[in-house]
Design a protein around this ligand. Structure first.
Ligand code: BGC
Length: 385
């Protein structure tokens, strides 16, 4: 039986993550931690953030994974709205790693695909670990989603309960240059938003593109497919791809195509349309070019679920949004509460730089140099209608 430890809210107690055994909380919620098994011989912990509205986010130090996210519906009923497993074993089993859907994970060092598993920077060609049709997907064979992060802070701050994770990705890890020091802070705010703040520094020129990979189903995890969810995406263009989902380098206007989500539309309305690029997915698994100035924080997408009234807004300072409709889920994974995850039972909204940017000089750069700090803020904000 695993016991949770509720952590202090005072400054002194934020330092005693490892040993504190007293209950802690405040009007703005609480944070507690629970041992969650071991991976790579290292202890894994689960941090539970709760706000005073009854919302909850459970963050694992393995993979920076959001293991649970509980939000109210229009009648105040709370449900877990992300796919995942009840224990660490689910995430580390051979069967799961073979299909590797990255449930809830912190994705890095480079989220999405790098074509041909290589790129050139400062005249040096770097060969990466290929894990997706000869390309590198989500950081390689052992990306940031499969390493144990260190919890360096956990407390209840002015915005709500938070936990901050840290990881040093060594020079050469999965083929990427430079020692990359990364921190990721997860805050559950009083207004039911999950706020993710990533920072990174390097000691050698490198590329960085971090993102978050929760599989959402606003009806509740495992409760049917997401084809009736209505999606709005704040984008006039996408970056069309080849059959392996590597961008061609062109930009495509969404007008008159199944990629036009400027008016809220059900995910299922056009997902099977005979559009060549759409069917490379097969179905939505593409990058939208967000309508906002580079680096500016703004609304990327809004998703509403008619039966429960749950609404999720995605806010970001990143230039792109990968919208993935769970096309590769196939019923072979049984997750939390014994729920079987069938095709399109969840969707991902991953704010990020455009795929394959290191090989596409026409895309905004993902380079990070010594002395610079990479920043990336993603907010998933929940409400009801
Ligand atoms: C990618 C999909 C991939 C999924 C799980 C998404 O971010 O766009 O192509 O299947 O992650 O790996």
């Amino acid at each position: 039986m695993m016991t949770s430890i509720l952590l202090f809210t005072s400054a002194a107690c934020a330092l005693c993550l490892a040993g504190c055994a007293m209950p802690h909380g405040s009007a703005n919620g609480q944070v507690s931690k629970t041992p969650f098994g071991t991976a790579d011989g290292q202890a894994v912990e689960l941090y539970t953030l709760r706000n005073s509205k009854g919302a909850e986010a459970d963050i694992m130090t393995y993979g920076g994974i959001v293991e649970k996210l509980k939000m109210p519906d229009r009648n105040g009923n709370i449900a877990d709205i992300v796919l995942g497993f009840d224990s660490l074993d689910g995430y580390t089993s051979d069967a799961y790693l073979k299909s590797c859907p990255y449930f809830g994970a912190l994705i890095g060092r480079y989220g999405n695909r790098i074509g041909g598993a290589k790129f050139t920077l400062d005249g040096n060609t770097y060969t990466l670990a290929p894990n997706n049709n000869g390309n590198t997907l989500h950081g390689g064979i052992k990306g940031f989603d499969k390493v144990v992060w260190k919890a360096v802070k956990a407390d209840v701050g002015p915005q709500g309960p938070y936990v901050e994770l840290s990881y040093l990705s060594k020079d050469g890890e999965e083929g990427f240059p430079g020692n990359l020091q990364v921190t990721a802070r997860y805050t559950l705010t009083e207004d039911n938003a999950l706020k993710l703040e990533y920072k990174a520094t390097t000691d050698k020129d490198t590329v960085v593109n971090l993102t978050h990979h929760s599989y959402f189903n606003l009806k509740g995890q495992g409760n049917g497919d997401i084809l009736d969810h209505q999606v709005y995406i704040n984008a006039d263009k996408t970056t069309p791809t080849d059959k392996d989902l590597i961008p061609t380098g062109a930009f495509a206007d969404v007008t008159g195509t199944p990629f036009d989500f400027r008016k809220p539309t059900a995910i299922g309305a056009r997902i099977n349309d005979p559009d060549t690029v759409l069917q490379y997915g097969p179905g939505y698994d593409h990058n939208w070019v967000l309508n906002k100035p580079l680096g500016k924080f703004g609304l990327a997408a809004r998703v509403t679920e008619p039966t429960t009234g749950r609404v999720m807004e995605v806010w970001t300072d990143q230039p792109g949004l990968q919208f993935y409709a769970g096309n590769f889920l196939d019923g072979t994974i049984t997750g939390k509460d014994g729920k079987v995850y069938q095709r399109r039972y969840a969707f991902c909204m991953e704010p990020q730089h455009y795929p394959d940017s290191p090989n596409k000089p026409q895309f905004p750069t993902t380079e990070l140099k010594p002395g610079q700090t990479y920043h990336n803020t993603i907010v998933y904000k929940f409400s009801t209608l």
